[in-house]
Structures are given as structure tokens and as C-alpha cells.
Write a protein that binds this ligand. Sequence first.
Ligand code: ATP
Length: 276
Amino acid sequence: MSEPFLSVQNLVVEYHVHGGSVRAVNDVSFTADRGSTLAIVGESGCGKSTVAKALMRLLQPAGGKILLDGTDLASLPESRLRPLRHKFQMVFQDPYGSLDPHLSAQDIVAEPLKLRGVRSKTERSKEAARLIDRVGLPSSALDRRPAEFSGGQRQRIGIARALASRPQLLVCDEATSALDVSVQAQVLELLREIQADTGITYVFISHNLGVVQEISDHVLVMRRGEVVENGTTSQVLTRPQADYTRRLRRAALDPATMHGIKPRHVVSSLALKTPA
Ligand SMILES: Nc1ncnc2c1ncn2[C@@H]1O[C@H](COP(=O)(O)OP(=O)(O)OP(=O)(O)O)[C@@H](O)[C@H]1O
């Protein structure tokens, strides 16, 4: 059997605070096959974003392995990581904070192409225009700055910028959470199309079980920095094994849907709350 594309083994991440350390992620393991989507769910503060930042090596893990296509990202020094960084990219909840407000959409998307070694400015502009078109924005968007877009449009620019690096792994950290339900559905559809076209692997962090149901093949449930449950989306969401997952699911469902998770292609805006 071939190795999974992403294999996280016994990941430990700590924050250093006030001379001590806080363990935010403790012995977390999971895998994702190439071209699949793994969702990470759990209540606020359970460690989802910390896992995401460790995958991006924005944080140095205190222990464990992050094997991406067989290379352990956790153990590489920055000098050896840099040439690999284009392979793994991240889309944030609010791209506004991460998009340079002074640059046009075209220049924002063209920026990573420099790192990819596309030397000609004309080529970079052409490729940026192609990506902006790919994420469903009109050519009139090219010269506009981030402030001149809606939240959904800005998220599309964030996705186009991430795609400019031709990543093999895209970590989406609450990437659709700030969007209203219909815009959320459009962005999810775009992500699915891109996956079908490119075979990209997603790690999708969300507090919204409706979105998770919609986008993911597998689900990892976290609580207090640890894995509670891990399985296929239908297993975890419709036949949860862990009591905690059952409570999480109950807490996320409104009275109208208490009998079960909403069917596929209906994106619920129900948020995960801390189970009672
Ligand atoms: N920079 C930091 N310094 C110290 N502790 C931190 C830091 N960032 C996060 N933590 C702590 O680590 C734990 C996990 O936080 P994390 O942001 O990963 O949770 P999360 O599941 O992504 O939450 P949310 O859904 O609210 O974004 C929390 O207890 C949090 O308080």
C-alpha cells in the first residue's frame, strides 16, 4: 500500500508563556491521502489552528513528525524548508489581514510567482490574471485593491494567491466562516472544482459541521489538544463513536435538524458550541 500524502505522527506543540510552556497540541496523529479533504473540528481553543500553523511550520513543533510526501517538515531547518514552502499553503479566515492593502489584486496574486521563479513581469501578470479568472472574478477585479472587494471576493483572491504557488497541500483555517451562507457555498464549490482539477489535498478547519459535511472525506475531532475521534465524514457525523462527538453534534444542531445532519449540498451555518 502506498504511503499517505500527509502523515502527522504524535505531533506536540507548545506555546511559551511567562517563562513556562502551555501544551496546546498533545500527541496528535492523522493522515490524509492525496486529493482528499480532511476536516478538523472541535470547540474553540481545542488546538485546530495550532495544528494548522504547525503544518505550515509557522510554529516549530516540540515533538512528532509532519511527513509531507515522505519529507518530515517538522525536523527541517528553515533553510531547507524554504524551497519546499510553495508546496503547502494556507487560506485564512479573513484574508483582509493577510492581503497587502496597497497592492492591486493582480499584484497580490503575482507576488508568489516571483518566489516560484517566474522571472518575466509580463508572464507573472498573465498568470495572475488567469488565476483571478479561475477563482471566478471578472477582469475588472485585476486593478482593484482589497478594500474594494466583498468578503467573498477577497477570499477568492486569497485562494488565487495560495494557488499561485501551485501547492499540493492547502490548509483552510475557517476559510469560509466569515462569509454568509450562499457565498460560503460558492467558495466551497470553487474549492471542490479546484481539487477535481488539480488533485490538491485540503486540511479544512471549521467549527461548522454543515460545512464539514459538505467538503470533507475524513473528519478529525479534537478536544483539549488531543484527538477524540477520527474517521470518514459519514462515520463521524452520522455514527459518532465518542461521546464527546455525539455531544458536539447535538450542540451544533438546531431543533429543526435534531434528527440528523443536513443532507449534502445544503450548507448549514450552524456553529459548534461547547457541548454542555
Ligand atoms: N500564541 C499563543 N500563546 C499561548 N497560548 C496560545 C497561543 N495561541 C493559542 N494558544 C492556546 O492554545 C490552545 C489552542 O488554541 P488554538 O488557537 O489552536 O485553538 P482553536 O481550536 O483553533 O480555537 P478557535 O476555534 O477559537 O480558533 C488554546 O488553549 C489557546 O489559548
